[in-house]
Design a protein around this ligand. Structure first.
Ligand code: ADP
Length: 437
């Protein structure tokens, strides 16, 4: 019993009578209730979000990343040009219209046959959020750039594209990716894609180039045909190679003076067979044996590997001093060429102006299976080159002039002369002497 004569404990009585305590207790209960309600609401909204919304993430390391950005830029351009044809939308319509408001510039360089380089740029959706519409679906696209991680293959910060849409519209991701891939393929159809090495990866160099036709390359009679026939027969013989356990690869060495058409014929063969070209500069300073091996084992599908001027990368002086130039050693190159890790086909072209400087080990059968001399112009080539620029008139006269002077002339020199005297065969004849200077 307490002093008041009730059975209630003293503390309970004291607190029960205290208005401050009752109010505090009430507030505490209210706060706890609100916290539980908030958490419940968050969880419920997360669940609903997870249930209603689906995401797709594309990392910049993936090939579809660039396709997708280009594709979105193209969509945006199309929408702009369509919108400009239509009547002006209302104020509300303008605000609600899904459109990209922040852009990033992507510049590509293109090297022309005459060596000049032009740049073109494209506006792609920049980092941030963009609301886009695809058919009937709205998609929230977020482009994020990492502040810490570098994507070494692109030499740029690592990026991700996140797409979000309603779960009921999840099919649009597949549709959009397919359309992006088709658009990338369309850009490349009828073109040859050139790749160059960037760190351990192959990266597209410039825009895809228009295919070079085999007819535009004028070689001594039968050389083009023999080359093309050999590659075609190799491509038809995969089973023959696998039945005999022989690595499915073929090496070609094109040798001869500069400007005779070695690179041009490789480009034309690639165009004819619908192949792309991966150009590797063995003298590149950052190249190491490991990188070379990785690159050679990861050549993009349907691509020729082109090692230009192999003599300058591995001449006698260079072999004695493996530290000079790039970090690739001669034995590293041989090992990479012989690499057994890849079961895929491999077609390697090497070009040189000085075949006599090549180590026999580099061009032994298995590494080089087909050698072709691509020489200075024969009288027949001179005639064909002349006709290609001016037609048959004066062709014989020009050939006689070249024969009379009896000096070696490369097809590149002839091309230079004919371009200089565009549409003027007589001017070309009169200036022939100048190309020997
Ligand atoms: P190479 O690789 O033998 O040094 P290129 O193929 O790079 O020579 O030729 C250099 C330039 O000369 C190119 O613009 C090419 O169009 C032209 N050219 C050289 N040889 C030929 C040829 N045989 N037929 C047509 N064009 C040629």
């Amino acid at each position: 019993m307490n002093e008041a004569g009730t059975n209630e404990p003293f503390l309970g009585q004291l607190l029960g009578d205290n208005p401050y305590f009752s109010a505090g207790f009430g507030l505490m209960a209210l706060g706890a209730g609100l916290t539980v309600a908030r958490r419940g609401f968050l969880q419920a909204s997360q669940l609903t979000r997870r249930w209603l919304i689906c995401d797709l993430e594309i990392a910049s390391k993936d090939a579809s990343y660039d396709w997708f950005l280009d594709f979105m830029a193209k969509q945006q351009r199309n929408r702009h040009s369509e919108a400009s044809k239509m009547s002006k939308p209302s104020f509300l319509g303008r605000i609600l219209k899904p459109q990209t408001r922040s852009f990033a510039v992507e510049t590509t360089y293109k090297q022309h046959a005459n060596g000049s380089i032009t740049a073109s740029f494209e506006l792609v959706p920049g980092p941030g959020r963009h609301l886009v519409k695809w058919n009937d679906a709205y998609i929230l696209m977020t482009r994020e750039r990492s502040e810490r991680l570098m994507d070494n293959s692109r030499n740029k910060p690592f990026e991700t594209l996140k797409l979000q849409t309603l779960y009921t519209h999840k099919y649009v991701f597949n549709e959009m990716l397919k359309a992006a891939q088709q658009s990338a393929q369309q850009r490349q159809s009828g073109k040859t894609v050139m790749y160059t090495s960037l760190g351990p990866e192959w990266r597209q160099f410039g825009l895809p180039r228009r295919k070079r036709s085999l007819d535009s390359v004028i070689l001594a009679s039968g050389v083009k045909e023999r080359l093309l026939g050999d590659i075609e027969s190799f491509l038809d013989s995969q089973k023959w190679y696998s039945d005999r356990g022989v690595p499915y690869r073929r090496g070609y060495l094109l040798y001869g003076p500069p400007g005779s058409g070695k690179t041009s014929v490789i480009q034309a063969l690639a165009g004819e067979l619908d192949y792309n070209i991966c150009i590797l500069n063995l003298a590149e300073v950052t190249l190491t044996d490991d990188r070379l091996n990785h690159l050679l084992n990861n050549v993009p599908p349907r691509s020729f590997l082109l090692l230009e001027d192999v003599d300058s990368a591995f001449n006698e002086a260079r072999k004695k001093n493996a530290e000079f130039g790039s970090g690739v050693t001669f034995s590293g190159l041989l090992n990479s060429l012989d690499g057994v890790t890849s079961a895929e086909e491999r077609i390697v072209f090497m070009t040189t102006n000085h075949p006599e400087r090549l180590d026999p080990a580099l061009i032994r059968p298995g590494r080089v299976d087909f050698k072709a001399l691509i020489d200075n112009a024969t009288p027949n080539q001179v005639k064909n080159m002349f006709q290609q620029f001016y037609g048959p008139e004066y062709a014989e006269e020009f050939v006689e002039l070249v024969l009379k002077r009896n000096i070696p002339v490369s097809t590149a020199q002839l091309q230079g002369l004919f371009i200089f005297h565009k549409g003027d065969p007589k001017g070309a004849i009169a200036s022939f002497e100048s190309i020997t200077e």
